[in-house]
Design a protein around this ligand. Sequence first.
Ligand SMILES: Cc1cc2nc3c(=O)[nH]c(=O)nc-3n(C[C@H](O)[C@H](O)[C@H](O)COP(=O)(O)O)c2cc1C
Length: 359
Amino acid sequence: MQWKNKLTDLLGIQYPIIQAPMLGITTPEMVAAVSNAGGLGSLPVGNMDADAARAVIRKTKSLTSQPFAVNVFAYDIPISPEAAAFDAMQQLLQATYSRSGLGVPVVELQSLHLNSYKDILPVLAEEKTGIVSFTFGIPDDGGLALLQQSGAKMIGTATSVEEAVYLEQKGMHAIVAQGAEAGGHRGTFLNNGLPQIGSMALIPQVADRVGVPVIAAGAVMDGRGVAASLMLGAAGVQPGSAFLLTDESLASAAHKAAIAASTDTSTRLTRAFSGRWARGLYNTLISAVEESDLQVLPYPYQDALTQPARKASKAQDNPSFVAMWAGQAAGMAKGGTSAAAVVKGLIAGAEALLPSLKG
Ligand SMILES: Cc1cc2nc3c(=O)[nH]c(=O)nc-3n(C[C@H](O)[C@H](O)[C@H](O)COP(=O)(O)O)c2cc1C
């Protein structure tokens, strides 16, 4: 088993180590540092508008000449919730903010502007970003054709074997197998379900069913996680939590301290912040929403409603209303270090366990 494999060949990189895209955490500097260290940085553009996406792509290009991935939230915006449901959730949240002395602007449902991934795809084609990864699903056939024509290599996210098989049929060149341990949103997109398959079960079953390279995501924190993933049949890894405490991370000091103090039992899956299931550290916002008997609004309406509080809370370095996405092993993350050092640590740790990787 060597570092050079079908995934490194596909992406044109030295090591099959992909820094997970983390919207709100990952900076162009983080992406460039990982790509310059021989891995693949992933730039999250989530559901930004086209201009904002173009700006961060150009910034990243200015920092590295190596390949990097651009990560897009590929889902269809559902119909708006009833105004009464939106108002009830807003009242609950405003009362909670007031009790904590946090002033948060009110969100008007009628004036919400929600961006679609469809506006970002032409930017990716124009900017010739080369590698695109998706979560929450994949673009429609027109969007896929546009990216295929631009020569982009496409990576989809699966949380079950069924999703992985679907992604391969739709032309994905590689598939992230996201285990239930993973921090952040579940990429789940088929059948409105919530598969919670641990990586130990998911990776080999996906690897047995698809022909394209499989990338393991979830609790890969050091060389042991890299080596184990490769042994299970993955061609590469996509750690996220391992980069949360790096110098290039946008997490505030209190947010980083909460991650550093977390243990194996500190995270939970919640819909409280965004309306989609995501794994993170428990805090005041989650407790307020989950202890109420209100229905959480569908994504991205709940996300839009909590967005101003996340911003205000972060500005005060008070993590009570910040979405602190983190995986079950986030407490193993190393602080006071650069993203490049994390990549080097993953490489050295895996090589110590599997010397043949060095070739
Ligand atoms: C803070 C945070 C933000 C995330 N944001 C995204 C994102 O924008 N796009 C995406 O595809 N995955 C996102 N994820 C999920 C990661 O791609 C990946 O599946 C996960 O980090 C792997 O688990 P780990 O955190 O245990 O390493 C995020 C994860 C975290 C921890």
